[in-house]
Design a protein. Sequence first.
Length: 541
Amino acid sequence: VDFNPSFCFDAGDAQSTSLECSNTTFDKHASTRNVDKLIEQYRSKNADDLGKLFVEEHEAEKIVKVEGSQISDCVREKSRRKPNRHHESGEKEDEQFNFSQSVTNYTAVESFISFKLSKPLLKALTDMNVFTPTPIQCACIPLGLLNRDICACARTGSGKTLAFLLPILERLVFAPLVARKSTKALIISPTRELAVQIFKVAEQLAKHCPRLKIQLAAGGLDLSSQEASLRTNPDIVIATPGRLIDHLSNVPNFSLDRIEYLVLDEADKLLDEYFTEQIKEIVRHCSTRRQTMLFSATMTETLRELATVSLKDPVRIFLNQSTAVAVHLDQEFVRIRAHREGDREAILAALLMRSFRRRTIVFLPTKKDCHRMHILLGLIGVKCAELHGDMNQAQRLEALTRFTDADALQMEQMSSPQATSIDLPPPVDVLLATDLASRGLDIPGVLTVNVITRFQSLIEKVKPHVEEILAVEIEERELNTAQKQLEKAENLVKNKDTGRQVPYRPQRTNWFSEKREAGRAAKRFMKTPKDQPKEKKQRRK
């Protein structure tokens, strides 16, 4: 299923949850981010110097070719020396994870008709051009229809979304209307982008089921429209952990005490340090009489602990090893030795400028590294965009659109030359992302990396411009903050002079700050008993 990130909520109709695919949903200022403007300014000012640097690099550089047979022979020799650990780890894993039933084999079927799904769902699958179930779907759908708790482990891209959506929709289609006065299904996703994609697939599957209501609750979107829709108790809620806890604390008439189906998608990512407390809080609010399905690409110790606490008599579905790779994916590795660690940025720049100029995703460890590489690559002429958690939702969705629909944007620019950059954001060839985009997103035609050369001198000469742009960005951010505070003070003075009363806004409950304060209070309480023995001794004297 293709991922279309262009969506918005219809503010006029709180119960409507259909996606409106239009370019006007983005913030007009999102397409012209300050960093892109600053990069263009520095490139135009220093065009001659940058051009000379490129000429010098192309003249001085020598391409070194390494015979692939020598590398492969070396790898084979090392693999012979190493013991076979996969078989041993598999046996330990079976002993460590205690499940009532374990499924490693499945009955392959040629069509979804074999699952005896209802006609509306079969018609929706036909409209989506989905005809043959994948292995994870063949194993999960029959068990899901039997109301069994599932802990499934399968690699990314194996079709897990349909594996948990189809059983839920099938059972809700036949549920009586009287029993559907409260939210029945909750699907938790680690990122907003993945939640949007699941929501889009659910909307397509429920296209011929008009009575089913589906609501997306994710950060970065309109808060009031989400709250209004949640008050009507939609049948299915697809949410991210932080925004869901916010709604549970502040939206009246919305609760999870009647949830019948709970899905944790990409559960290993949900159980990172940042999400662990939130997931425990959500599970605590859910009904105990529910069906729980955990889907993950890897099986970890934390995931086992959650499965032990939240799943009842679960079935483990483990079809692929953790080291398995998708069928059409070729993996190649670049080894950077310790004394060449400083050449990492130069190696990456060379790969992007020489070998992989289109449809390339670069994953970076931190948001700071992602932003820095955006500036650095932009200065040397690489068309790129960044995707990380410090960007607002409009900027993140626009970055995905510029990368996934690059060809379509180029055609629009050619057909409408009078359009400005605000109307048509420029397409990009490289997407710089943190692990925000590492799971679940369906982006077709992405290339890989397999060659190394050096661009170190070029990177060193461009670094001063990177620091200048970062300094300008900090100044602009401080000015914007001061401007907002000034406008707020002016509004207060104006209302005071005119005698107009400022409308009362009840303070929203912040679950995260309350959790921090409770932890601090517990620490203070633990310190007090140390002083009590001294007081008793003084009294005895």
